[in-house]
Write a protein that binds this ligand. Structure first.
Ligand code: 13P
Length: 271
């Protein structure tokens, strides 16, 4: 059987759906978002740890160092299993846009992914749904893969509008992006980011399922079934295995713990 919807050859197992058809499991994916942290020394240590550790060969791993260290991280990575991502990229290839980094430059230094729509970009830097959607379309059109982040604030969760917030953020991108093959979605509830209070596996599963149902409505069931949906927000080496049996949690986007040795435990948490 050929892989459906995955940009890279992956080691996958088959499972059947309710109708008894053979469908493909999604490859487990773990991303490390270093945010504005790190130095040459610490990034070298992190990448060398990934180079020497036994990583579950079924996990796709992507690390996102600050843009100043993208090329350095690329140069250190030894395994094809580990790719490098930018944390942001603008909607133009080049020009008078002081302070921005371009998709072309990200690709030029050997990175293959970009994180877009992170809640810190949305809240601190006031990026709108539409702007993030434009960046997503531009990056995909230029051949980068995208980790597209969505998620609600605590207030929004308390008001019971989690699903509609996620759908609003997705809808802006769905309006512009027709091919979702090279997109991984990261559901990161804002209240769980950096707080030490991860969502429970049950709450994450419920929201991931709603996201997938929404994608099925917009893109069709087959495409929705092929899209990885990661959980992000205080994921760590201890809690990652507790998400193991959640059907719609296809991996993690990790902040703080991606800087530590336990990142390897998260990568291996499906074993
Ligand atoms: P923490 O894992 O530090 O909570 O951060 C999550 C995150 O924002 C990853 O993008």
């Amino acid at each position: 059987m050929t892989l459906r919807g995955f940009p890279q050859s992956a080691v996958l197992t088959d499972f059947g759906n309710e109708k008894g058809d053979d469908i493909q499991a999604r490859q487990f994916f773990v991303g490390g978002n270093f945010k504005l942290n790190g130095s040459k020394q610490s990034i070298k240590e992190i990448v060398e740890r990934l180079n020497t550790a036994q990583l579950d060969p079924n996990t796709e791993v992507v690390i996102a160092p600050p843009s100043t260290y993208l090329e350095y991280a690329v140069s250190l990575v030894k395994s094809k299993q580990v790719e490098v991502s930018a944390q942001n990229a603008y909607t133009k290839g080049s020009g008078a846009y002081t302070g921005e980094i371009s998709v072309e430059q990200v690709k030029d230094v050997g990175a293959t992914w970009v994180l877009l729509g992170h809640s810190e970009r949305r809240t601190i830097f006031k990026e709108s749904d539409e702007f993030i959607a434009e960046k997503t379309k531009f990056a995909l059109d230029q051949g980068l893969k995208v980790i597209f982040c969505i998620g609600e604030t605590l207030e929004e969760r308390k008001s019971g509008i989690t699903d509609s917030v996620n759908q609003r953020q997705l809808k802006a991108a769905l309006n512009l992006v027709k091919d979702w093959t090279n997109v991984v979605i990261a559901y990161e509830p804002v209240w769980a980011i950096g707080t030490g209070l991860a969502a429970t596996p049950e709450d994450a599963q419920e929201t991931h399922k709603s996201i997938r149902d929404y994608l099925a409505k917009e893109l069709g069931q087959e495409v929705a079934d092929s899209i990885r949906i990661l959980y992000g927000g205080s994921a760590n080496g201890k809690n990652a295995p507790t998400f193991k049996d959640k059907a719609d949690v296809d991996g993690f986007l990790v902040g703080g713990a991606s800087l530590k040795p336990e990142f390897v435990d998260i990568i291996n948490s499906r074993q």
